[in-house]
Design a protein around this ligand. Structure first.
Ligand code: FAD
Ligand code: SF4
Length: 333
């Protein structure tokens, strides 16, 4: 499959990149590693008149510490994250999540900014434009008024499948966004709209420059676990990040976020409430995972039934919490 024609720009500053995106009024896209965008352009499921390559912009490729904040530039690759000795030592779930993405070739190209802003995915929509075009009415994501996945559905059920966002969300990360009105800091959760057809609450000229991660307390332990078909390449079917802040056997705080269950990352608020201010036990983790089962209804957009995906939510929330807890125990040994 060939790429369509497009104008191509290589700005050297973020401001120039934003001006170019602004000039094209929603018809230009930022290009980082291209591992999500280029296949979608080839399949014509994403359309762009112009690409603004971000790779020539300096200052977006470092991982640095500033007081209690870790700053990760948007162009840092997932390969660099998984190899970072700082992340491996202090934020190993973040390195694990980066490592869980696709393949090594992909991670060498793919950036953190692109991973956070990847398009939502759908079994029906993510094909060549030729597939089913003569028989299928335009769905919500193509500007129509039907959904082929959920018959009689009143919205788009495409899923957000990024592996790294749940860990960053569990850590309370914020993002530095540059737009034509200047720069602003947002909670990472604020960039997700929750809408399958238009997954981001950012404007078409906004670019993420940096991701700011508060360094977790030394008493926090986390894990990222991912359920996928093939360990070597696939997107998550369910991905769960859990962070527990502990004091002895007591869990003082819990943060649990899931990916690939909805059009944005989803927080398991009731499961967190079960764990907060409670003493650790296997029964407690079981109860929390059953709460996650109650509160989270995954979109069945992976070829599996909603019932099965709900079961996997239970299993993987339990695994993530147990892994975080075992990490804490291992650290004490
Ligand atoms: C075979 C295959 C397997 C994959 N497996 C996984 C997987 O297991 N897990 C996973 O999470 N992903 C997976 N992906 C998706 C993708 O490779 C990753 O999400 C990757 O991190 C995207 O980063 P990129 O730099 O290549 O983004 P690009 O493709 O360059 O961009 C993706 C989107 O983000 C926007 N964007 C890029 N940078 C910025 C920025 N700084 N600010 C604002 N917007 C920006 C672009 O405009 C574009 O819309 C897979 C892709 C393929 C092809
Ligand atoms: S889930 Fe969204 S992209 Fe998929 S068929 Fe339904 S409307 Fe289209």
């Amino acid at each position: 499959m060939r790429l369509p024609d497009f104008e191509y720009f290589e700005p050297e500053t973020l401001q120039d990149a934003v001006s170019l995106l602004s000039k094209h009024k929603g018809k230009a896209k930022g290009l980082a590693g291209g591992t999500d965008l280029l296949p979608k352009l080839k399949r014509r499921v994403t359309v762009a008149d112009a690409l603004v390559n971000l790779q020539g912009i300096s200052g977006l490729r470092s991982i640095s510490e500033e007081k209690d904040i870790l700053k990760i530039g948007a162009l840092v690759t997932l390969g660099e994250m998984e190899e970072s000795s700082f992340l491996k030592g202090n934020l190993s779930p973040l390195a694990q999540a980066a490592h869980a993405v696709g393949t090594v070739q992909l991670r060498n190209m793919a950036t953190l900014g692109g991973n956070l802003c990847q398009d939502t995915r759908c079994l029906y929509y993510d094909h060549s434009h030729l597939f089913g075009q003569s028989v299928w009415e335009k769905c919500f994501k193509r500007g129509g008024a039907v959904c082929h996945l959920i018959k009689k559905g009143k919205k788009c059920f495409a899923v957000y499948s990024g592996d790294v966002a749940p860990v960053l969300l569990a850590l309370g990360a914020r993002v530095l966004v540059i737009g034509s009105a200047g720069e602003r800091m947002l909670d990472l959760s604020q960039i997700y709209s929750g809408k399958g057809e238009q997954a981001y609450a950012l404007s078409s000229e906004d670019l993420i420059a940096e991701i700011h991660v508060p360094k977790p307390s030394p008493l926090s332990y986390g894990a990222y676990v991912k359920y996928r078909e093939r360990g070597s390449i696939d997107f998550p079917i369910v991905g769960v990040a859990a962070y527990l802040k502990v004091d002895g056997e007591r869990i003082n705080d819990a943060n649990i976020w899931l990916t690939s269950v909805g059009s944005a990352p989803v927080e398991a608020i009731k499961a967190e409430a079960v764990l907060r201010e409670a003493n650790f036990s296997a029964d407690l983790i079981e109860e929390a995972s059953l709460q996650a089962h109650q509160e989270i209804t995954p979109y069945p957009n992976h070829g599996y039934s909603a019932w099965y995906l709900k079961e996997m939510v239970t299993v993987f929330v339990k695994r993530a919490c147990m892994k975080a807890w075992e990490d804490m125990k291992g650290g004490q040994a």
